[in-house]
Design a protein around this ligand. Structure first.
Ligand code: 13P
Ligand code: SF4
Length: 366
């Protein structure tokens, strides 16, 4: 019989300091039964408790390798789903606040992708023969399962060009969802001309494209984007370069094409951190990714005389990831210590099996 769940009401009013003490106490009790995985965008008062940190690719590998009974994922929903899919059946994946979703992941869903597949069939013939479906890891488990079922694959921001190579080795075209920007930048890095990449608008018939446009396209880019990274603009880089001609610019590939094109370096969150940490002392950086990561990094490299500046003049945080706060973390850890599981993320078995096929293709190809 499962122990009674302690209600969140008892945690809601805790101060951050009280929540921190309760987290430390629960963790001491749980010991190695629990591992806390944290994405780099997580707020500082949660990130400080991480056992392991990383970008989406690194965290998915860490989840697969972990032997902890409980994987507490301080990230967003799709990351906890991946942890559930890649871990062993007896392991339990937990997301401290179920409202921590990814708005970009929500821009594609199975009904819309299935409709797209049907429309492609009517427009240009059997899509299973013509297209490799590639889903960014920022997507629901059902879309990963779709890719598993249709000879497709998952990618992350750190391996997307390599995954496109894998996809084109199998079929002549790619349907890439849900992030058009990562798809476009990765296609460009492979040498595909921009006019051979067309945006598929899922709210329009045939994606808003003519049959001829679909025929000519090598990549169809789903019309999705990240609400955080869309704030970064080419003008921010131009201004920085005028003020600091020796400065360096690094961006996440969820940023728009012009931002990526004008950047000196483009890569995943882990790549951004490692590149700036490895850079010579006294260098100056403009960084196009989420604010929690940039602020933390700026502090960490300050002593080496490195200056790290956030790209946009306004605050751009991943507000959904920010839903995971010390109060929710204390709540789920204390429940675990008492023998109750809250906020378990459990992907249905048939979906998990197909999604795992697409994820394992990715892990092998990268
Ligand atoms: P990374 O895989 O680079 O950490 O990116 C995940 C993400 O959601 C960026 O917005
Ligand atoms: Fe999703 Fe954007 Fe948040 Fe990344 S930063 S988790 S893409 S909403």
């Amino acid at each position: 019989m499962q122990t009674a769940v302690i209600s969140f009401d008892h945690f809601n009013a805790l101060s951050d300091e009280q929540a921190r003490e309760r987290i430390l106490a629960a963790r001491a009790e749980l010991g190695r039964r629990v591992v806390l995985l944290c994405h780099h965008y997580q707020r500082a008062d949660v990130y400080r408790h991480a056992d392991l940190t990383g970008d989406s690719l690194k965290l998915s590998r860490l989840a697969a390798e972990s032997d902890a009974e409980y994987i507490v994922f301080c990230g967003v929903h799709f990351m906890a789903e991946v942890a559930d899919i890649l871990s062993r059946p007896a392991q339990i994946s937990i997301l401290p606040d179920l409202a921590a979703g990814c708005s970009m992941a929500d821009m594609a869903n199975l009904a819309k992708v299935a409709r797209c597949w049907r429309e492609l069939a009517a427009a240009v013939g059997d899509p299973d023969a013509l297209f490799t479906p590639v889903t960014y890891i920022n997507s629901g488990a059902d879309l990963k399962a779709f890719c598993g079922e249709h000879g497709g694959i998952v990618c992350t921001s750190s391996n997307a060009p390599k995954i496109l190579d894998w996809a084109f080795a199998r079929r002549e075209k790619v349907l890439f969802f849900p992030d058009q920007h990562l798809g476009r930048w990765s296609g460009h890095k492979m040498g595909i001309p921009l006019d051979e990449m067309q945006v598929w608008d899922p709210d329009l018939e045939n994606g808003g494209l003519s049959v001829e446009q679909i025929r000519r396209a090598r990549i169809l880019l789903w019309k999705g984007f990240c609400s955080v990274h869309q704030m970064f603009q080419a003008s921010h880089i131009q201004r920085f370069r005028e003020e600091h001609p020796d400065g360096l610019v690094i961006s996440h590939p969820e940023s728009n094409f012009d931002v990526c094109r004008l950047s000196d370096y483009v890569g995943s969150t882990e790549y951004i951190i490692q590149t700036i940490k490895a850079a010579p002392a006294n260098t100056r950086w403009l960084v196009g990714t989420e604010l929690n990561l940039v602020s933390r990094l700026a502090e960490e490299v300050k002593a080496e005389g490195k200056s790290v500046q956030f790209m946009a003049p306004m605050v751009c945080m991943c507000s959904t990831m920010g839903r995971i706060d010390p109060q929710h973390l204390a709540w789920c850890l204390e429940n675990l210590a008492e023998g109750a599981v809250v906020n378990r993320i459990s992907v249905p078995a048939h979906e998990a099996a197909l999604a795992k096929v697409a994820l394992e293709r990715m892990l092998e190809a990268s």
